[in-house]
Design a protein around this ligand. Structure first.
Ligand SMILES: C[S@@+](CC[C@H](N)C(=O)[O-])C[C@H]1O[C@@H](n2cnc3c(N)ncnc32)[C@H](O)[C@@H]1O
Length: 366
């Protein structure tokens, strides 16, 4: 039964629409500011500064800087001081701590790029595909891939060795890696994670698998720069691993960072992981922290943002070539169901310290 038309509800929703317009516009303006180094420049100023000084510091035109600052002060991102004289602008250190490019794992400024970038790249295509149900190839997202890599490099650099690895396998993984394991990173992209691991654990042998030749070339370059002898990369579709008998029962440990939900054939990719593991081997799947049903995400603090990123990227790339199109919000229930269905056992799901965006699914080959 629907409720009768409510004047109060209408007014409340009008108010929310004002927030939508203001915050949507603010995200765009912050993305421009982040990209131009305006937050970095403001954070480096030792005291509140006028428009000309900020423009000089950042090498930008004062007229544009003035308009941008109007947005930032009215949205309370930047403080406006100097009530009686020249207006002075100050980025509080508490805001700088999450907005500048050197704020590492606390960097929220970088995420302001995500929606504007996806809008620029594929909005018209996504609108078109609503009618056809077709997907989009990775070729539509060149700058987005580079952006995602930047995000994951920053995250892996800050947390992989100090927090993530010690939390795996009940804390025993570090010691095992020190002694020597055969490890693969599935969907390794430009190799950020696997190179850090190979460098930290020289007695273990590492493989990075991805189907993106350009990403693998970057990964190989990175490994060569670090003169690593214990890592190699393979161009391979995760869905076709089980066609390669030489890959069977070879690995002790497999990771997949943010690499399963946008696979076109995720079941086959999971089957491939199981196929490569030795009996007793461990699979770590790091994927988005959400539920599968809409009703269970109603209180997820980032649900509208994450569903939008999925709509603009993860779901369309997963739908390409008549793929499954799971989308980023496939959720833990669906993920566990799929791990179980392909035959993993001992499945557990844990939160990751300092990473509210993801969950850590651990599963073993019996
Ligand atoms: C979001 S990126 C994550 C990359 C990397 N794991 C990281 O954390 O930076 C997903 C990666 O999965 C790869 N990928 C997608 N489908 C694949 C498939 N069928 N086989 C192998 N790799 C695949 C993409 O090329 C991309 O590099």
């Amino acid at each position: 039964m629907t409720e009768p038309f409510s004047r109060e509800k209408l007014d409340r929703f009008r108010g929310r629409m004002t927030d939508v317009f203001n915050l949507g516009a603010l995200n765009l303006a912050m993305a421009i500011g982040y990209r131009l180094g305006l937050f970095d420049g403001l954070a480096q100023l030792p005291r509140p500064a006028g428009i000309d000084e900020i423009a000089r510091k950042t090498g930008l035109h004062p007229r544009y800087v003035r308009e941008w600052l109007g947005i930032m002060v009215s949205a309370e991102v930047v403080d406006l001081l100097g009530a009686d004289g020249e207006p002075l602008y100050w980025l509080p250190p508490e805001h700088a701590a999450v907005l500048t490019s050197d704020s590492g794992k606390n960097n929220l400024g970088v995420y302001t790029q995500e929606i504007p970038l996806l809008t620029t790249l594929v909005m018209d295509k996504v609108v078109e595909n609503f009618r056809t149900g077709e997907g989009l190839s990775y070729g539509h997202y060149p700058r987005f891939q580079a952006f995602m890599n930047e995000l994951s490099v920053a995250k892996h650099r800050d947390t992989l060795l100090g927090q993530f690895v010690p939390s795996v396998g009940g804390g025993r993984l570090v010691e095992q890696l020190e002694r020597g394991l055969d490890v693969c990173d599935l969907g390794c992209g430009q190799g950020a994670a696997v190179v850090i691991l190979a460098e930290a654990f020289p007695r273990s042998r590492f493989w990075g698998i991805d189907l993106d030749r350009r990403a693998l070339a970057e990964a190989e370059k990175l490994a060569a720069e670090k003169k690593l002898k214990n890592v190699q990369f393979m161009e391979l579709d995760a869905a076709r691993i089980a066609d390669r008998p030489e890959m069977e029962n070879r690995l002790d440990y497999i990771t997949a960072f943010d690499a399963i939900h946008d696979q076109t054939h995720p079941m086959e990719a999971l089957r491939g992981a199981l196929f490569m593991l030795k009996p007793g081997g461990l699979f770590s799947m790091i994927d988005i922290a959400a539920h599968s049903a809409h009703r269970d995400n109603l209180h997820h603090p980032m649900a509208p943002f994450l569903y939008t990123v999925s709509l603009m990227h993860c779901m369309p790339v997963g739908l390409a070539d008549e793929g499954a199109g799971l989308g980023m919000m496939w959720g833990r229930e669906k993920a566990v169901e799929m791990l179980r269905e392909v035959g993993f056992s001992g499945i557990s799901v844990e939160e990751i310290p300092d990473d509210p965006f993801n969950l850590h699914f651990q599963a073993r080959k019996a």
